[in-house]
Design a protein around this ligand. Structure first.
Ligand code: ZN
Ligand code: ZN
Length: 286
């Protein structure tokens, strides 16, 4: 493979809200959000959920790491892996970490809270890598080397940022955590992801869960239904879609059953599983 053309995403963590290890989540995975994105020789990551520990292990011993980390937002399930991200400890590594301001705070503020006695023995000044904290406003467009990064605000408590990376004529969008409107489409999201080659999108609830027919109504909790996620992907004419941010109580068998009933024979959509790698612009492997 010509690595200069590589545009891929690997899912080190995809579970919503809280890690959910155990016998019933082995196949889809229990780690919270961590994506690794390769654009040629440029490395991006999205979020620092518990999956980022595994991403860190994969980077050790392969030379200096220069990466751009894009934060969707700062909820615990998206930052709690950073204290165990070993590349932060290694001199010569460099990370540019982008976030919006959520409830008045950026990612640096949250990391200072995490790397803090007595909750954790390592403080920020013990990290040997170079960490550059960068602020964005949702709606900004960033140019990172050869990669154009578009952003948009997502409906979520405290706000979240959707990203669209464009590289080599292909595009990858990631929109989680996000709740769809009560009726109609979220036009800002549709605009961000329009014609994307690959979209990973929040798809946490069944319609029954969202409406409160099984347990409490989830409206206002900041996450989307499987049907709404698909409706938005279809409206935006996205080529391939990965349903993401699985509810922590959802078992492997339940995900399989929901996939059968909601996806049918569609080959352009799937519930993503931990460890999977996708080439942007190529069909989803079944
Ligand atoms: Zn989340
Ligand atoms: Zn969240």
């Amino acid at each position: 493979m010509d690595l200069s053309k590589d545009f891929s995403v690997k899912y080190w963590g995809l579970r919503g809200s809280i890690p959910s290890p155990g016998a019933h989540t082995v196949r889809y995975g229990g780690n919270t959000t961590s994506l690794e994105i390769r654009c040629g020789n440029q490395l991006f990551a999205i979020d620092g959920g518990t999956g980022v520990r595994l991403l860190g292990e994969s980077l050790i011993g392969k030379g200096p790491v220069h990466a751009t980390i894009l934060m969707s937002h700062l909820h615990l399930d998206h930052v709690q892996g950073f204290p165990f991200f070993a590349p932060f400890l290694i001199p010569g590594n460099r990370f540019d970490i982008w976030s919006a301001r959520h409830n008045g705070l950026g990612v640096a503020d949250i990391l200072r809270q995490l790397f803090n006695q007595p909750a954790f023995p390592i403080s920020m000044d013990m990290l040997k890598a170079e960490l550059n904290f960068c602020m964005l406003e949702p709606g900004d467009t960033l140019q990172v080397g050869d990669v154009k990064v578009r952003t948009a605000p997502l409906h979520h408590p405290g706000g979240a940022v959707g990203y669209r990376l464009e590289y080599g004529g292909r595009s990858l969008a990631h929109c989680s955590d996000w709740e769809h409107p009560a009726e109609g489409l979220d036009e800002a999201l549709v605009e961000l992801v329009r014609d994307a080659d690959l979209l990973s999108v929040d798809a946490t609830y069944t319609d029954d869960e969202y409406a409160g027919r099984t347990g409490p109504a989830r409206r206002g909790w900041g996450h989307a239904t499987h049907a709404a996620a698909l409706a938005h992907a279809d409206a935006a004419q996205v080529r391939n879609t990965l349903l993401f941010h699985h509810d922590p109580s959802r078992t492997d068998d339940q995900l399989d059953a929901i996939a059968r009933t909601t996806l049918g024979h569609r080959r352009d959509v799937r519930f993503v599983a931990e460890g999977q790698v996708f080439q942007v612009g190529q069909p989803l492997m079944m």
